[in-house]
Design a protein around this ligand. Structure first.
Ligand code: HEC
Length: 262
């Protein structure tokens, strides 16, 4: 009995030690929190880190910085992952604020990270790199309203009497990333979208818009009636959380008044 138990304990320890998430939770989480909404972070940094008193930037901030700043983000995932692994290896062993990949507005609130030399081996860093690489993107998707294909949206919009909202984007478009990371993910926006809209994302480089709509450039937002037959309005550009919420209200009011674009 005792030996079975010790085998069980051993195998769970091995299992845990094998996941990037566990390593991060054990060795990095004492300083790095996982996720804080962007609106709260911005306020916190504006007030000199006095709101949240963070010890270090969040994992989402690190993850986006790694993905955007290290290696070639347009290359295949494996090559970029190797570059990220190298960066992490170097930074964790000999942190140097001059090599920072974080924005100046963020980094200026923190002391340089203490070196963790000898506390973490290369295999663990490889697992950390994999975990950190996708973390921010996955977190944003988890906190945002559900995304649909246009075909799904047509069925769902009709059944729920909601407006179809198509977000036109292209990969690596700054404004598109800004809207997804800082606006669509905010709780108020998620609630407003959940209540009255069905979200579709279309890569306008390779996907056609319905109703013979031409892409206005990216990011852009196309609002379509729940029967898929009329365009209520469309708009191109980025905005703040409040501007986006106002836009959603305006669209609902246009629909009520029967004002359409085409
Ligand atoms: C004792 C607190 C502490 C621990 C533990 C810690 N960090 Fe940090 N880390 C910081 C602070 C503070 C910063 C911001 C200052 C800086 O960049 O040096 C930071 C920054 C970073 C950065 C961004 C570096 C840059 O400026 O571009 C990365 C990447 C990072 N940490 C990864 C990790 C990983 C991975 C672990 C776990 C293996 C970890 N950290 C553990 C405090 C910590």
């Amino acid at each position: 009995m005792r030996s079975i138990l010790s085998i069980l304990t051993l195998s769970t320890t091995l299992l845990f030690a094998n996941s990037g998430k566990e390593i991060f939770n054990q060795k990095c989480s004492p300083c790095h929190q996982n996720y804080i909404p962007q609106s709260k972070l911005l306020l916190n940094y504006e007030f000199d880190n006095s709101d949240l008193n963070l010890t270090a930037p969040t994992l989402v901030e690190l993850s986006f910085a790694l993905k955007d700043q290290v290696g070639d983000r347009k290359a295949d995932k494996e090559s970029q992952l190797m570059e990220i692994e190298n960066f992490l290896n170097e930074y964790i062993n000999s942190p140097d604020i001059n090599k920072t990949i974080l924005p100046q507005a963020v980094i200026k609130h923190f002391k340089t990270m203490p070196s963790m030399q000898g506390q973490i081996d290369e295999e663990e860093i490889e697992l950390l790199a994999e975990y950190m690489f996708d973390y921010a993107e996955k977190t944003i998707i988890k906190h945002s309203v559900q995304r649909h294909t246009y075909e799904e949206a047509l069925i769902k919009a009709k059944a729920t009497n909601k407006i179809i909202l198509i977000e036109g984007y292209i990969p690596f478009c700054r404004g598109c990333m800004q809207m997804d990371r800082e606006v669509l993910v905010e709780e108020q926006v998620k609630e407003a979208l959940d209540k009255d809209f069905i979200l579709v994302k279309k890569n306008v480089l390779i996907e056609k818009l319905p109703l013979e709509l031409k892409s206005l450039g990216t990011p852009s937002f196309y609002f379509i009636t729940n029967d898929g037959k009329k365009v209520i309005d469309n708009i191109q550009g980025t905005g703040t959380v409040n501007e986006f919420l106002d836009l959603l209200e305006g669209i609902k009011s246009n629909l009520k008044k029967g004002i359409f674009l085409k």
